[in-house]
Design a protein around this ligand. Structure first.
Ligand code: FES
Length: 287
C-alpha cells in the first residue's frame, strides 16, 4: 500500500496544487518557527495530535459506558484540538518533498475525513440522534487511526521530524580533519570530513584555519550546511533557512528544532583534529 501512495503521480499533482495556498496561509518566518518547534527543541505536531485522538478515544469509551452527553463534549474538544494539530502538521509538510510530501497528502486527507465524521457525529448527538452520533464517532476514530498510521510511517519510515544526525557516529577521539580544498567560496564555509562523517568547516578559507566545525547534515531535513553561509555567529542552511550557532550548534532560527552536533577542534602539526563528546547509544556503533 505504501508503495502505491509513495509513487503516485496524482498525489504529486495534488501536492503541487495545494502547496502554494497553504504556504500563503502560514506566511511569516517567526510564525513558522513557532509551529515547527524550534523553541521547544522538538517538533510540536506529534505532541498535539495526541489531544484529538485521546479525546475521540475517550468519547468512544463514554459511548460504550452509556454516557452520550460526555461523549458529545469530548468529541467537541477533540474537534477543536484538530486546529493546532493541523496547523503544525501543515507547516511540517511544507518542508517535505517527494515521497514524504505525497504520503503527507494522504495523511492530511484522512485527518480531514476523520474530523468531518467527528463533526457530523457531534451534530447528530446535538439534535438528539445519539445512535447516529455514536456510529459516526466510531467511524471517525477508525479513519483517524488510519491517518495516524500514515503519520507514523512519515516519522518512523521516512524520517520526517527525526534528527537527521541521530545515527551518525563521528569521532569521539581526536581525529584528523580533512577539509575540501576545491570550490573556493566567499560564504565562509567549506565541506570537511573525519571518520567518514561529513562536516561543515567554518572560516576555513580565511587563512587562519577553521573557526568551528559542525556536522554537515542539517538536523531538520538533512540540508548540506557546507553549501550554506555564515551569518554573524551562525551558519545558515541553504534548504529552509535554519540557523545554528557555530560554537555550540544550538538552533538560533528554525524550522530546525534539534541542535546541530558540534565538534571540538585543535591544531595538530600542520593540520587540525576534531572530536566529539557523544555518548548517545544510537551513535556508538559506527559500523
Ligand atoms: S534542511 Fe531544512 S533548514 Fe536545513
Amino acid at each position: 500500500m505504501f508503495e502505491s501512495v509513495e509513487s503516485s503521480e496524482l498525489l504529486e499533482r495534488v501536492s503541487g496544487a495545494i502547496r502554494r495556498p497553504i504556504a500563503g496561509l502560514l506566511e511569516g518566518k517567526r510564525f513558522r518557527d513557532a509551529l515547527s518547534g524550534s523553541w521547544l527543541g522538538h517538533p510540536v505536531h506529534p505532541t498535539l495530535v495526541a489531544v484529538p485522538l485521546g479525546m475521540w478515544s475517550a468519547a468512544l469509551v463514554a459511548d460504550i459506558a452509556g454516557d452520550p452527553e460526555t461523549a458529545r463534549r469530548l468529541t467537541a474538544v477533540g474537534v477543536a484540538a484538530v486546529v493546532p494539530a493541523s496547523v503544525t502538521g501543515l507547516s511540517d509538510w511544507l518542508d517535505t518533498a517527494g515521497v514524504e510530501q505525497r504520503v503527507g497528502v494522504v495523511h492530511m486527507a484522512a485527518n480531514v475525513a476523520a474530523t468531518g465524521l467527528m463533526s457530523a457525529g457531534w451534530l447528530a448527538r446535538r439534535v438528539g440522534r445519539r445512535r447516529a452520533g455514536s456510529m459516526l464517532g466510531a467511524a471517525g476514530l477508525v479513519v483517524a487511526a488510519g491517518g495516524g498510521w500514515l503519520g507514523g510511517h512519515l516519522a518512523y519510515g521516512l524520517g520526517v521530524g527525526v534528527d537527521t544526525n541521530a545515527f551518525d557516529g563521528g569521532p569521539t577521539e581526536w581525529t584528523d580533519l580533512t577539509v575540501e580544498t576545491s570550490g573556493e567560496k566567499s560564504s565562509g564555509v567549506r565541506a570537511g570530513y573525519a571518520e567518514g562523517v561529513g562536516m561543515v568547516v567554518i572560516d576555513a578559507d580565511e587563512g587562519g584555519g577553521p573557526r568551528a566545525v559542525l556536522a554537515n547534515r542539517c538536523s531538520h531535513r538533512g540540508g548540506p550546511l557546507a553549501e550554506g553561509e555564515v551569518h554573524g555567529s551562525c551558519v545558515r542552511c541553504p534548504w529552509h533557512g535554519s540557523q545554528f550557532d557555530i560554537a555550540t550548534g544550538a538552533v538560533t532560527r528554525g524550522p530546525a528544532a534539534v541542535a546541530q552536533p558540534a565538534y571540538q577542534l585543535r591544531r595538530r602539526g600542520a593540520g587540525w583534529q576534531v572530536r566529539r563528546d557523544e555518548p548517545r547509544a544510537l551513535r556508538t556503533n559506527s559500523v
